[in-house]
Design a protein around this ligand. Structure first.
Ligand code: SF4
Ligand code: SF4
Length: 199
């Protein structure tokens, strides 16, 4: 016959005095540890819509879709593996944060297990391609400080946001030949290269 070890005896006595180790969830709410990785949630006011989280997500649980001048970011908790990569690689560090929520069961559709946010896109004034979201460009401008003025698109947008310049928003719908003044327009990288080469 094997006798219980001292450690097991100690645990049994402790459980008798202090109560069982197991919890009465779901009858009693469970509070996870501070470092627990639960449901990732977008914090819309801190997210600039850069899409880095969608690119690094190994489970492809974050979807990014550009339609017209709107970028939609959706996090699907049904696909999420709670790895924390989205939070770790978030541009602002606060745009998507893993909460302590783990009880995600739903009785309805899987669509309920998602969160969607929308951001306004800045479009190239020549071809109409998305350049980036307004908030992303503003974030980059502020980060760069005076270096913002080294890039015409950033400079125009930055000054436009301050009400000191006007930039043409949206696609002109023409494949016009570039001339020198076209360099000072909000352009996507491809059109900027063409503008520089052709003008
Ligand atoms: S926690 Fe991991 S799997 Fe879940 S959304 Fe973030 S990066 Fe994707
Ligand atoms: S700011 Fe953060 S949460 Fe928002 S799109 Fe970029 S990486 Fe994702």
């Amino acid at each position: 016959m094997r006798y219980p070890k001292l450690r097991e005896l100690k645990e049994a006595i402790r459980a008798l005095i202090k109560g069982p180790y197991t919890q009465r969830f779901p009858y009693v709410a469970h509070k996870p540890f501070d470092s627990f990785r639960g449901k990732p949630e977008f914090h819309e006011e801190d997210c600039v819509g850069c899409g880095a989280c969608a690119q690094v997500c190994p489970a492809r649980a974050i979807e990014m879709k550009d339609e017209g001048d709107v970028r939609t970011l959706t996090v699907n908790w049904g696909l999420c593996i709670f790895c924390g990569q989205c939070q770790a690689n978030c541009l602002t560090g606060k745009g998507i944060v893993l909460s302590q929520e783990f009880d995600l069961a739903v009785v309805g559709s899987r669509q309920e297990l998602s969160q969607k946010i929308e951001k306004k896109l800045l479009l190239c004034s020549c071809c109409g391609e998305a350049v980036a979201t307004f908030e992303h460009i503003l974030w980059v401008s502020k980060k760069l400080g005076p270096l913002t003025f080294a890039n015409a698109s950033l400079m125009l947008f930055y000054l436009g946001d301050l009400g000191l310049a006007q930039y043409k928003e949206g696609p002109p719908g023409s494949e016009a030949e570039f001339s020198r003044p076209d360099r000072i327009r909000v352009l996507c990288p491809r059109c900027r290269r063409e503008a520089v080469l052709k003008s």
